[in-house]
Write a protein that binds this ligand. Structure first.
Ligand code: C2E
Ligand code: CA
Ligand code: CA
Length: 554
């Protein structure tokens, strides 16, 4: 199995995709919100533009009213020469006023004024307002003068039957102006035009000024057939003069504001997506390089399960018990052998938790069956370092105190290959465990460096002869002698002997000749899953009366 490849499994990709999707939801919401902000800003800007246009129109009409007030104050009301020249001067001095005139009660100009005069015959009245309440009874007319020029005629009320005095203000002077009303300085620059007479400038922009009763004062641009979502519509009214301004501007013209915000949105979105990508890459890279974390996760997920290899009495054929061998059962159903993870579990310190977890599982799985048959022993492989801390005594006690499996049925195997760091401490722990009733075996005898005599000083109960020697018995004279010596030694020291890795019947015969009673190996059974081992335990009861549960207790 390539650990690196594990990081890129389909689950990984699905998990990352789901993660990215979930993380993107706030981003989408954020960008929706930004769009809302952009809309709101555009709407506010266009409303403000309409308001500006109205304020400026009011200002010009106010100036015209001021001029009329000033003339009235000096008694202007007839066409006498002095009064005419006062009117001419006021016209000249006020930029918004085209003409000032005196009107008779029928509204006709009674003193045409030479060059600046507007001939009555050229005037068509389009609309007349009620007296303006906010301007002391003033009223205004909308006129069409000559070649379609629109004017506002502001009329000052005449006291006591005197003639009205009126000022003509071209509506073109009141119209919204692109550069001032529709764009701020920044936008005008971005649009690349200094004056609104430039061709192309303001395409698609529409502005209109009218009276409250929709008498047209003037319009700029072409009114769009319908103002869709790509348009902002803004309007404002002048209560004082009864005017109404409307503006329609394509969103694109307000893009300067929009893009500022869109950039923020894009930057935030880009940054978050990049971070997510890096994080995902980090996860997939990190995981394959951390097999210890894999083991930790698998341990928490209960993926390490016990298998049981039967130990058989080769003199009677009875079952003596089993050795527990751990298997890593992956979620996909595959089994990993201990050689692939035990060394790492030992070096990382996870072996303690793994071993105890295995003991509890065995206790749950086969405890009831084993506890009923006191002659059966269950043997656990115990890493050498677990014997270095005397807490192990209490731990083992805690696990089996509540288990159907009796302490006397528990065997702990320590391999001859594991170096003993502190002999005195280890020996003390071994004897404490034996004090609980637990028995200790030395595993892989004949393959280690410590030397058997050294190991035997620990005072163990069982020695397990390694497969290497079992294979050579009967064929290799030296090996046979070594095993014979071992068996003698063991019997003298009242230790049991178990032969490991027995694969054929010939080997069983040789082991019997030498006086070995117990053996395990493929010739009897491979390591079995719990369910199969339990069936075997049951079957062996039925076979040999000698192995019946009640009698085992003896
Ligand atoms: P071991 O304790 O010497 O276990 C015997 C090994 O020989 C087992 O390998 C078993 O499956 C295999 N075996 C049994 N009969 C035969 C046979 O007839 N022929 C052959 N060729 N092999 C046979 P497995 O299960 O792969 O375990 C390997 C080693 O992993 C074990 O060697 C033991 O040192 C270690 N181990 C297994 N479970 C645990 C555990 O729970 N804790 C610790 N610390 N180590 C464990
Ligand atoms: Ca073993
Ligand atoms: Ca062994």
């Amino acid at each position: 199995m390539s650990l690196f490849a594990r990081g890129f499994t389909r689950q990984n990709f699905v998990a990352i995709a789901v993660g990215v999707f979930i993380a993107c939801v706030p981003l989408v919401v954020f960008n929706f919100w930004l769009s809302g902000v952009i809309d709101q800003l555009g709407q506010e800007e266009i409303n403000l533009s309409a308001r500006n246009a109205i304020v400026r129109a009011e200002h010009r009409l106010d100036l015209a009213a001021d001029a009329l007030n000033a003339l009235a104050a000096v008694g202007v009301g007839t066409c006498e020469a002095a009064e005419r020249s006062a009117m001419q001067r006021a016209t000249f001095e006020n930029a918004a006023i085209k003409d000032i005139t005196i009107l008779d009660s029928a509204g006709h100009s009674i003193c045409p004024q030479g060059e600046t005069a507007t001939a009555d015959s050229a005037i068509r009245r389009v609309y007349s307002s009620e007296p303006l309440s906010a301007l002391k009874g003033y009223a205004l007319d909308v006129l069409t003068v000559g070649n379609d020029q629109r004017m506002i005629r502001l009329r000052r009320p005449a006291a006591g039957g005197a003639n009205e005095i009126a000022a003509l203000v071209p509506t073109s002077l009141l119209m919204p102006q692109y550069s001032v009303d529709l764009f701020d300085a920044h936008a005008a620059r971005a649009f690349g035009a200094a004056s609104h007479s430039d061709s192309g400038k303001g395409d698609g922009i529409y502005a209109r000024l009218e009276t409250r009763n929709h008498a047209m004062l003037g319009e700029v641009g072409q009114r769009p057939d319908e103002a869709g979502a790509d348009m902002f519509v803004g309007s404002s009214v002048s209560r004082k003069f009864g005017l109404h301004a409307e503006m329609i501007v394509p969103r694109a013209y307000l893009a300067h504001g929009e893009w500022g915000i869109r950039w923020v949105g894009l930057l935030v979105t880009g940054a978050v997506v990049t971070l997510l990508g890096l994080f995902a890459a980090f996860l997939t890279r990190r995981e394959p390089n951390n097999p210890v974390a894999d083991i930790e996760r698998a341990l928490a997920a209960g993926e390490f399960v016990p298998y049981y290899q039967p130990v058989v009495d080769i003199a009677t054929g009875q079952l003596r018990g089993a050795e527990v061998l751990v298997r890593w059962k992956k979620p996909d159903g595959s089994l990993v052998l201990p050689g692939a993870f035990i060394p790492l579990a030992e070096s990382s310190g996870l072996i303690r938790a793994m071993t105890y977890d295995l003991m509890r599982r065995v206790s749950d799985e086969v405890g009831p069956a084993i506890g009923q048959r006191l002659g059966l022993k269950i043997s656990f492989n115990f890493a050498g370092k677990l014997f270095a801390d005397d807490a192990v005594v209490q731990d083992v006690f805690n696990i089996f105190a509540k288990s159907p499996i009796k302490m006397s049925q528990v065997v702990l195997e320590v391999t001859e290959r594991d170096p003993i760091e502190n002999f005195a401490v280890t020996r003390q722990i071994v004897s404490s465990l034996q004090g609980l009733g637990v028995r200790i075996a030395i595993d892989d005898v004949g393959t280690g460096h410590s030397g058997l005599s050294y190991m035997l000083k620990l005072g163990v109960d069982i020695i397990k002869i390694d497969k290497m020697f079992v294979d050579s018995i009967g064929t290799d004279r030296n090996s046979t002698t070594i095993v014979e010596t071992l068996v003698d030694l063991a019997h003298n020291m009242r230790m049991d002997v178990i032969a490991e890795g027995v694969e054929n019947f010939e080997q069983v015969m040789h082991l019997r000749e030498i006086g070995i009673r117990a053996a395990q190996g493929y010739v009897f059974a491979p390591p079995l899953p719990g369910s199969a081992f339990l069936k075997l335990v049951d079957a062996m009861d039925a076979l040999g009366e000698g192995a019946a549960p009640e009698r085992d207790a003896a």
